[in-house]
Design a protein around this ligand. Structure first.
Ligand SMILES: *[C@@H]1O[C@H](CO)[C@@H](O)[C@H](O)[C@H]1NC(C)=O
Ligand SMILES: *[C@@H]1O[C@H](CO)[C@@H](O)[C@H](O)[C@H]1NC(C)=O
Ligand SMILES: *[C@@H]1O[C@H](CO)[C@@H](O)[C@H](O)[C@H]1NC(C)=O
Ligand SMILES: *[C@@H]1O[C@H](CO)[C@@H](O)[C@H](O)[C@H]1NC(C)=O
Length: 456
């Protein structure tokens, strides 16, 4: 009896305990699942690590091939699509396609949209940029309104009417994804550099130095519009692409029968499009990074925008905004450091770099004075959301405008060959500011050369 009672007591105790345990478990599981859900929601909401278009695109949209990269020819016209983006800053939702266009060609443009699996054709207007430098081809925007019935315009192609009697719309070669679907307020990057255009590039040492200087200055992404380069350059690019630091945008105009000029003056550098197509590439970069980067710098690889008082761009930009306000663009004055004037000391020219092709920027610490009577080159750091059109040296009037930054706060260091007769006419000024970064720069450059080039 006693035994039974004990057993009964024990079993009832056991029962109570297990019920308590079960209830606790339920509460625990509830809290756990809720917390996972909230955490994931936070991840989706605040950390858009991969922009939407990096998810694998379907190869077809509305039954037509999708091509992610530039360039897509518009049938029947000398117009080439570079990139398409939703424009959120106008009263109505629009799609803007950046194109390279034969300027004298006149056509009736349309956007063919792929909306929820259905083709929708809407009329489009064109706007040729004024900075074509007299070349036959120039940058143009082709813009159309998104019809209200089209809730998700995922892809677009530009079409025109056939000149033949029936006036029907021409067929298309491929659809292009429409980027910037969402008007984001948080960006994965603070600073992106746009490099346009890389061609015949073999300056390996300077490329690595530039990339590592960008990192030291606080840049998180570099977009390079690339035509062609040497195999060692390609190894370095591959290295940075693997790191997710560089995005390569293929830039091949030759297959499309556009002969690019190697300069800006048609009489000196023949061709049909200004300087390898630099202007359409820069405009594409501003739109491509509009909702991915807080600021975008439009510059070349041999140019470095250095703060004079602060260390890096995350310190410089707040300083500029305090001083000048929230501008569309900050312009940095160019200063040339001629490659012909060299200061090599063992400290700044490690032996292991000597086998690598290219300029060592740390050896150039003499700048020449600017000519006050001539146009001085500038390059810009922009807030891409305040910009509509970019050009070689700066931007066209934007929301909140542009300001020339006092060179005492920041300026551009430009290492390049300068004709001797120009060097002779200017003052020479010793300016070793770049070497202030040498201690951080030298070891990382050596490391990257070894990792990227291997047994070079
Ligand atoms: C959309 O239009 C293109 C070009 O005219 C055509 O090739 C394709 O079959 C159309 N797709 C659909 C789903 O109608
Ligand atoms: C690289 O591209 C440029 C521009 O299209 C062209 O002029 C040059 O010949 C190309 N170089 C090589 C090695 O293909
Ligand atoms: C290439 O462009 C040139 C100059 O615009 C033109 O004369 C030629 O017919 C074009 N060739 C092809 C194959 O389109
Ligand atoms: C334009 O500048 C003013 C003053 O600095 C600032 O308050 C405003 O937010 C800026 N506009 C935009 C769109 O950033």
């Amino acid at each position: 009896m006693l035994l039974y009672n004990r057993a009964e007591e024990a079993s009832s105790k056991h029962w109570t305990l297990s019920r308590m345990f079960r209830n606790l478990l339920i509460v625990f599981m509830f809290v756990y699942i809720t917390s996972i859900y909230t955490a994931q929601k936070d991840v989706y909401k605040y950390k858009p690590i991969y922009p939407h278009w990096k998810k694998k695109q379907p190869a077809f949209a509305c039954g037509v091939t999708v091509q992610n990269d530039p360039i897509i020819k518009v049938n029947n016209l000398k117009t080439f699509m570079v990139g398409s983006y939703i424009e959120h800053r106008k009263e109505v939702k629009m799609i803007r396609t950046i194109t390279i266009m034969f300027r004298s060609e006149n056509a009736e443009y349309h956007c063919l949209l792929c909306c929820n699996g259905l083709n929708v054709s809407v009329p489009a207007t064109r706007d040729i940029h004024s900075d074509h430098f007299g070349f036959e081809y120039g940058t143009a925007y082709v813009t159309c309104k998104v019809p209200e019935t089209c809730t998700k315009p995922t892809h677009v192609a530009i079409t025109s009417r056939s000149p033949e009697e029936d006036g029907s719309l021409q067929d298309i070669q491929a659809f292009q994804p429409v980027r910037n679907q969402e008007e984001k307020k948080d960006f994965p990057y603070d600073f992106t550099v746009c490099i346009s255009v890389m061609y015949d590039y073999d300056n390996v040492l300077e490329l690595v130095q530039a990339m590592e200087m960008f990192k030291i200055l606080g840049v998180q992404k570099v977009a390079i519009y690339k035509t062609n380069c040497t195999s060692d350059t390609q190894k370095v690019l591959d290295y940075y692409v693997r790191q997710n630091f560089v995005e390569i945008i293929p830039w091949n105009l030759t297959p499309h029968n556009i002969t690019v000029s190697r300069g800006w003056k048609k009489s000196d550098s023949p061709g049909e499009l200004h300087y390898f197509g630099q202007i359409p590439a820069l405009n594409d970069c501003v739109y491509r990074y509009m909702y991915q980067s807080r600021y975008v710098a439009l510059q070349n690889l041999e140019e470095l925008i250095l703060p004079m008082k602060s260390k890096n761009w995350p310190e410089l930009l707040p300083e500029l905004e305090r001083q000048y306000g929230q501008m569309g663009s900050f312009e940095f004055e160019n200063h040339y450091f001629p490659l012909s004037i060299k200061d090599s000391s063992a400290k700044y020219s490690p032996d292991s770099w000597k086998k690598v092709r290219g300029v060592n920027i740390l050896e150039h610490i003499t700048r020449i004075s600017n000519d006050p009577n001539q146009f001085n080159n500038i390059k810009v750091i922009v807030n891409p959301r305040l910009v509509f059109k970019a050009t070689v040296h700066g931007i066209f009037p934007s929301i909140n405008g542009s300001v020339r930054v006092d060179p005492g706060i920041a300026r551009m260091y430009n290492m390049r060959s300068i004709p001797n007769e120009i060097v002779a006419k200017r003052f020479q000024i010793r300016d070793p500011h770049l070497r202030d970064y040498a201690e951080s720069l030298i070891p990382v450059v050596s490391k990257v050369l070894e990792e990227a080039l291997g047994d070079y």
